[in-house]
Design a binder for this molecule. Structure first.
Ligand code: URA
Length: 275
């Protein structure tokens, strides 16, 4: 059965292939799309019975070899393509999405897993959450090319009859891919790591609880100061709540301070309640 949402995706892809970058939407269509978009952002509750049972997580070390960071990361990317512990689970899709940005960056950002847009472009954080991340970096005076952006899980978590819908990675999926991201950290050796969202913090740092409780202090990953903050998609879901924006921004200010970056008065005041 062809579902309306699949037809819509086919239509939009065909339009894009024809070189069209804009389409006309009337108010009803715009409202419908907005609702679809909001639904897409919400985590999907999937009954465990709908997912293939995960096999036990295979142990495998990622091997760092080669001269210089670029070559070493290229080697890790190659290993990730056929990462047996991830494949053995049978719960992840096939397209591998590695990392993007500057291997010499002082800041490494780690997300949970690629979604629909990231899988399509094979680049982390290019969908709506990625746009939010770009805005956050811009407010810090940075560009994507100044930082190193990766995901804990290198493949999009699978769902039955999946189209644009995404789900969070499971603990097994994160454990399976953890050696890869730890190897990336050992190559890039950033000055700080930013773990985006509670799921990432659980998988990367073994933390438990809410982001509210994890954030606001420094943790450590492989001896590198690491901070947990809200996932950019949470900003989208929380309807732009000023409290969440300010909390995330305070984590960014603390990161900038840690790196000795200049911070203007204007930057210090972002998202403060108006007096
Ligand atoms: N969310 C993530 O955690 N990572 C991405 O790459 C995109 C969305």
């Amino acid at each position: 059965m062809i579902r309306p949402v699949d037809s819509l995706i086919d239509f939009l892809q065909a339009e894009r292939a024809r070189g069209r970058s804009h389409i006309f939407l009337d108010d009803r269509a715009r409202d419908g799309l907005r609702e679809l978009f909001i639904r897409m952002r919400k985590p999907v509750a999937v009954a465990p019975a709908e997912l293939p049972a995960a096999a036990p997580v295979m142990k495998q070390d990622a091997v760092v070899s080669g001269n210089g960071k670029e070559e070493q990361l290229a080697g890790l990317r190659k290993q990730a393509e056929h990462w047996a512990p991830a494949m053995a689970l049978g719960t992840l899709r096939e397209t591998m999405v590695f990392a993007t940005g500057n291997p010499n960056a002082e800041i490494m950002l780690v997300g949970e897993a690629p979604g629909y847009n990231e899988e399509r472009e094979c680049v982390p954080f290019v969908g709506p959450a990625g746009q939010k991340l770009n805005d956050i970096l811009k407010a810090m005076g940075l560009k994507r090319e100044d930082v190193y952006i990766s995901n804990l899980v290198k493949f999009r978590p699978a769902l039955p009859k999946q189209t644009t819908n995404n789900r969070k990675p499971s603990p097994e999926e994160m454990a399976a891919c953890l050696p890869l991201v730890l190897a990336e950290i050992s190559v890039v050796r950033p000055k700080i790591i930013l773990a985006l969202g509670g799921t990432t913090a659980e998988g990367l740092m073994g933390l438990e609880g809410t982001v509210g409780a994890m954030r606001g202090k420094w943790h450590e990953v492989s001896g590198i100061p690491a901070r947990v903050t809200y996932h950019p998609s949470y900003l989208l879901q929380s309807g732009g709540s000023n409290d969440v924006k300010r909390a995330l921004w305070e984590d960014m200010l603390a990161s900038m301070e840690k790196l000795g970056m200049a911070i203007s008065e204007k930057q210090r005041g972002f998202f403060l309640p108006k007096a």
